[in-house]
Design a protein around this ligand. Structure first.
Ligand SMILES: [Zn+2]
Length: 116
């Protein structure tokens, strides 16, 4: 005999997605939303494109503003390191590819639907 299971509130099956947090703006989301950074062997911060490097990691949004903020200090704390000027410039340069979308036809449409 199989006992009948009652779910408290008809919860749909939720796929578990690990949540990450941007160290600059504290926004959370799934890993694909962010770029992972790791502390390199020499104490600098390196971009971990594949998200698989060993060691202490931190995440930043794909948004240049977060990279600038991260390079200025947020990453120092998160990765327990000190980003030097060269490293900082490299990170900001990398982050500059993630220009905040200028929104060509900017409607007041800012809902965060998880639409792929
Ligand atoms: Zn962010």
């Amino acid at each position: 005999m199989v006992p009948t299971r009652t779910t408290p509130s008809g919860v749909a099956r939720v796929r578990h997605v690990p949540q990450r947090t941007c160290v600059a703006c504290r926004r959370t989301g799934d890993q694909r939303t962010f770029v992972r950074l790791v502390r390199g062997a020499e104490g600098g911060v390196e971009v971990d494109e594949r998200g698989r490097a060993q060691g202490r990691g931190a995440y930043l949004c794909r948004d240049v503003a977060c990279w600038e903020r991260g390079a200025k200090g947020a990453l120092n704390g998160a990765l327990r390191t000190t980003i030097d000027a060269t490293n900082r410039a490299a990170l900001v340069a990398y982050g500059s590819q993630f220009v905040s979308a200028p929104a060509p036809d900017s409607g007041a449409h800012d809902e965060e639907s998880g639409e792929a």
